[in-house]
Design a protein around this ligand. Structure first.
Ligand code: ADP
Ligand code: MG
Ligand code: ZN
Length: 476
């Protein structure tokens, strides 16, 4: 029997406000435990929360950038549960009236795009952190994170495999980072995801029972966890069993999902409107103001790059992954006046070097100016494409400008035909057998001669000149 998977994602994104959602405490990461707290975020009795306007503005930005409808009236609700890192005994969240509804993100799929629906976006506060490591026989609680603003973005169950889920997440993360409302750091938990997964027989329209995978903190884990879960559910059904609704955890050591709690143990959160906070009213004028403040978003950038610089959509997609990379590319394209060459050098060599060193584009020793000047040296025939590869590597290693690398390493291209002819004569003399074979009709050997000449000249011979002179000499 063939199955189809159904996936819906819930993403929590930490907002980059300077202060918390209902008090003036700083949100900075990594401070001394409990040093960024006050009676409000500690949940003392008798205190009153006051909503941080920036949080609403950031949520509005995220909503508009994902095509959501911002609600003119929304409201905070209490989500009740007990946990040591939640001193109030409830989390302030939104429930029946969230700030935004009905958005979407388009992801690329074979032969086009697919629209993934966003059900809702709501605002809420984060809880504190329990610390279990390095403390014998006890756990400690750090409430610095309590009251940090989050938005939760809930998708429709529109994804059908792990690739689509990862694409959706990457795009959502890029949008939030472009907006500068979230730093996107998955390891530190500022962008985290729960994945809901079910399977159904192919062709069926009624969804199966879902399992929810909690807190998967990298794209690689999202991919692996979803794939594992789909396999697990298939095997279970083929075995005559039934998928039960439950919450499961991804075990990064064993690469399996394990049951955390079943439906019976699911919390009843007893949501009700928070009486301490007035409803949030958002005027059409405010929405327009926020809309006007939106930066160019990834999808718009891709469109503009293909139109303005004439590069393939694939290149534009890769280069728009982050604002910093997109800016880097634009600067290189402008400085060099060669938009496709700029894209090739960045996507090919530079991104590979950076990846190998686990570096971000901001940390690149090679600047747009380096690449642009190198492209110019190729254009005016000073260096060949092959030498440029060496120059690129050297620039990355040393941060030196291309002219200096070329001078110091003696990499200037040899266009002097006399010098090239000399090398060709040597190659012909050393390979009499191959020359004979070539003359008797083995045309394919031409490439071999080119290779030998280039090797002998240490890649410095002008390839055009080599081709031309070789043809002449071999014909003679
Ligand atoms: P809860 O609050 O219990 O997690 P929601 O109705 O908010 O429930 O749904 C959470 C997520 O589960 C959404 O992203 C939704 O798309 C997804 N979802 C709902 N039903 C299914 C299903 N049968 N299979 C996979 N995902 C599902
Ligand atoms: Mg859920
Ligand atoms: Zn506080």
């Amino acid at each position: 029997m063939e199955f189809e998977a159904v996936i819906g994602l819930e993403v929590h994104a930490q907002l980059l406000t300077n202060t918390k959602i209902f008090c003036g405490c700083p949100t900075k990461f990594g401070a001394e435990p409990n040093s960024q707290t006050c009676p409000i975020c500690l949940g003392m009795p008798g205190v009153l929360p006051v909503l941080n306007k920036k949080v609403v503005e950031y949520a509005m930005k995220a909503a508009l950038a994902t095509g959501c409808e911002i609600q003119s009236m929304s409201r905070f609700a209490r989500k009740n549960y007990f946990y040591p890192d939640l001193p109030k005994g409830y989390q302030i969240s939104q429930y029946e009236l969230p700030i935004a509804l009905r958005g979407h993100i388009d992801i690329p799929v074979e032969g086009g795009h697919k629209r993934i629906g966003i059900t809702r976006i709501h605002m809420e506060e984060d809880a504190g952190k329990s610390l279990h490591e390095g403390i014998a026989g006890a756990s400690h609680v750090d409430l610095n994170r309590a009251g940090t603003p989050l938005i939760e973005i809930v998708s429709e169950p529109d994804m059908r495999n792990s690739d689509e889920a990862v694409e959706y997440l990457k795009r959502l993360r890029a949008i939030l980072m472009y907006l500068e409302v979230c730093d996107g750091n998955m390891e530190e938990g500022s962008f985290r995801c729960d994945a809901n997964i079910s399977i159904m027989p192919k062709g069926e329209t009624k969804f199966g029972t879902r399992a929810e995978l909690k807190n998967i903190n990298s794209f690689r884990f999202v991919q692996k966890a979803i794939e594992y879960e789909i396999k697990r559910q298939k095997a279970l059904i083929m075995d005559g069993g039934k998928v039960v609704q439950e919450t499961r955890l991804w075990d990064t050591q064993k690469n399996v999902t394990v049951s955390m709690r079943g439906k019976e143990e699911a919390h009843d959160y007893r949501y009700f409107p928070d009486p301490d906070l007035v409803p949030i009213e958002i005027s059409p004028e405010w929405i327009e103001d926020v809309r006007k403040s939106l930066p160019e978003l990834p999808a718009q950038k891709v469109k503009r790059f293909t139109a303005e610089y004439g590069i393939p959509e694939y290149d534009a997609e890769v280069l728009s992954v982050s604002k910093a990379l997109a800016n880097y590319y634009e600067e290189t394209a402008k400085l060099s006046g060669q938009s496709k060459a700029a894209s090739n050098w960045i996507m090919g060599d530079l991104l590979r070097f950076l990846k190998e060193d686990d570096r971000e584009i901001e940390e690149s020793p090679v600047t747009p100016k380096h690449i642009a000047e190198m492209i110019k040296l190729m254009d005016d025939g000073t260096i060949s494409g092959k030498i440029a590869k060496t120059v690129m590597e050297e620039m990355y290693k040393t941060g030196k400008m291309p002219e200096d690398v070329v001078k110091e390493k003696g990499l200037v291209q040899v266009t002097d035909t006399g010098a090239i002819e000399k090398v060709i004569d040597e190659v012909i003399a050393e390979n009499a057998d191959s020359v004979a074979a070539y003359k008797s009709g083995k045309d394919k050997l031409f490439g071999f001669f080119v290779g030998q000449v280039m090797k002998k000249s240490q890649g410095k011979a002008n390839p055009g000149a080599v081709n031309e002179l070789l043809k002449k000499k071999l014909a003679g």
